[in-house]
Design a protein around this ligand. Structure first.
Ligand code: SAM
Length: 246
């Protein structure tokens, strides 16, 4: 996929967690003018929202192309191309540090959360907005189970930790943060439309590509679409959040 397509994907993904961000920002009493570090900023899908809240945003990402794309973003923020395991910031530099679908990708998530804690001011917050647990996914009926199994194989091959979600609580509770809160993003579904399916399918097709032959992917797509439009299918990937005070 091209980077603009990844950006579309990340932007769509960010809408799923919008209510959760509103909830957590309320709980931690985030105020305009505060500084926020977006760790694993990606293509900058959340930059508009964060700056729209009046936060002064700094982004950090390991991937140079993502940083360059983020930098083109109209939202005013400073982007660093760096590794979240070794952040180029002083201790206590930010009021808030946040990640969104990132810890599952990193080599040592506990180390990254410890770094987030280090660069956050005393009294500030470290937040992981969304960390999925692909190993406990619910896929129904069979065609979606088949797709889910292949997608998990592909994600594992891409290097993600399929059980990240269930590990988040332990990391946050043992890193020395205060008043740690942990939860699960609830699901909400409208009546399924073809547009939603097409969006989902783009990423599924990306993940399945190279794992099974194209004609099998196309046959699965046909069966999956039929089931989707009949309102039969359920696809749910439990996604955890956590936040705690420094
Ligand atoms: C799934 S994307 C999420 C992007 C963004 N947070 C969002 O929700 O749109 C994961 C991002 O984490 C970045 N990443 C992975 N490992 C990293 C590391 N060690 N340090 C910094 N960024 C990293 C990737 O380059 C990628 O941009």
């Amino acid at each position: 996929m091209r980077i603009s397509e990844w950006h579309e994907r990340f932007t769509l993904q960010s809408t799923w967690t919008q209510d959760l961000r509103n909830f957590i920002f309320g709980k931690i009493n985030a105020q305009p003018g505060q500084t926020l570090l977006d760790v694993g900023v990606g293509t900058g899908a959340l930059l508009d929202e964060y700056t729209g809240r009046g936060l002064q945003v700094t982004g950090l990402d390991l991937n140079l192309e993502n940083c360059q794309f983020s930098n083109l973003h109209p939202a005013k923020s400073i982007i660093f191309n760096a590794d979240a395991h070794h952040m180029p910031f002083k201790a206590g530099q930010f009021d808030l540090t946040a990640t969104h679908y990132v810890l599952l990708w990193v080599r040592d998530p506990a180390h990254v959360v410890a770094e987030m804690k280090r660069v956050t001011k005393p009294g500030g917050y470290v937040v992981a907005f969304a960390e999925p647990d692909y190993h406990s996914r619910i896929d129904y009926p069979k065609v979606f189970q088949d797709i889910g199994k292949i997608q998990n194989r592909s994600l594992a091959f891409q290097g993600i930790d399929l059980s990240m979600g269930r590990k988040l609580g332990h990391i946050f509770r043992t890193i020395g943060l205060k008043d740690v809160r942990l939860g699960l993003l609830a699901g909400q579904w409208r009546y399924p439309e073809k547009d939603d399916f097409d969006h989902e399918w783009d990423i599924i097709a990306f993940d399945l590509g190279g794992f099974i032959p194209v004609d099998e992917i196309l046959a699965m797509k046909e069966r999956a679409l039929e089931s989707w439009l009949a309102g039969e299918s359920t696809v749910f990937i439990p996604t955890f959040y956590a936040y705690g005070m420094v």
